[in-house]
Write a protein that binds this ligand. Sequence first.
Ligand SMILES: [Zn+2]
Ligand SMILES: [Zn+2]
Length: 96
Amino acid sequence: MLELRPSCEACTKPLPANSSEAMICTYECTFCEDCALHVLRNVCPNCGGNFERRPIRPRAMLAKHPARHEPFHAEIDQTEHSVLVERYGATLPADR
Ligand SMILES: [Zn+2]
Ligand SMILES: [Zn+2]
């Protein structure tokens, strides 16, 4: 089950469970749309994978399985991210 992290791990912008601009990688690293697609160029700084829009849990299910409250802040190493962008940036996610 997704944790539904409460904010962007890069810029700390709030991303509530019903946000339509939350994006995640397969490890659930969570970023706002601007950070995911523009700042990070669709290359996750932790795993090198791509981002997809986070699905929205229906309210009834959210009452049973609430979103995470504590922020999850990733330390992004710009040098390491540059290496990942170099390696994966021009490659389709399915071929990374
Ligand atoms: Zn952000
Ligand atoms: Zn990732």
